[in-house]
Design a protein around this ligand. Sequence first.
Ligand SMILES: [Zn+2]
Length: 322
Amino acid sequence: MTLTRRHALASAVALTAAPLLPAIPAKAAAPIAGKQNVGDAEVTVISDGASTFPLGDTFVLNAKKDEVNAALESAFRPRDKMTIQFGPLVINTGGKLVVIDTGNGPGAFASSKGAVGQFATNMAAAGIDPKSIDMVVISHFHGDHINGLLNADNQLAFPNAEVLVPATEWKYFMDDGEMSRAPAGRMEGVFKNARRVFEAGLKKKATPYEWGKDVAPGLMTVESIGHTPGHTSFVLSSGADKVFIQSDVTNDPDLFARHPGWHLMFDQDPAQAEKTRRKVYDMIATDKMRVQGFHYPFPGLANIEKDGTGYRWKPAPWNPSI
Ligand SMILES: [Zn+2]
């Protein structure tokens, strides 16, 4: 399996998000050279940018701000602020060009002055034509994962792609009863945004997928609920090699891999999210399976080991061919 972590050096913001990256060659050519054997997979992480904001008292629901600050400091990060990164993937697997999650989209690109929503521009800079994408696989329906399905004109950003969505997530967010019972504020907003993207934008042209099945060659869906009712991770396999694409099983690993019992304010069912997190991290630590994290620091590939009551994440050293 080749993990190509190219980064489109398209903007100063992108560089700030990944300061070590000038050492990595930014190829202008598309990754698909027709040279892969069947079963090989090439993974390209394309940064959607990063969002920095003041650390709120309730960012972690069940830890004091002092404790969160201590965790940030122990990771050599500044106190009192959070930076969350976003890392969609383009996978060439068995001749299919597959996108997993689409970033914050053009609206957020405009409102954040380009800090997030960079997926489209960085993909173009990486030489990947959105028209060549065969399939977009969505992990869950939060805006930072689905908003990039549409372009600035609210048209399909990947006009030739089939869009695959978790069946459970689809059923939940398309249910008018569930929507009517959603608490005002954030949850109501998640429903409205999901309807904007999938009803107004995609005209409901999405294919629900089940868990435990391959949606593309070597790409298996894995139930990992809690963050949302249909939240999904993936195992990408090629021969004996495997990577666990976790989506949002943890948000920032310095906080939530180190402290799997901490509850993120965006976890819809925090207790279930914790249960899933412990189960997944026990499994990947025991099996020595690498993890690819959507909100891990770019490029987001890491090894996981148990450490006391939590887990230590170690960024996988960059190599053009692993
Ligand atoms: Zn997310």
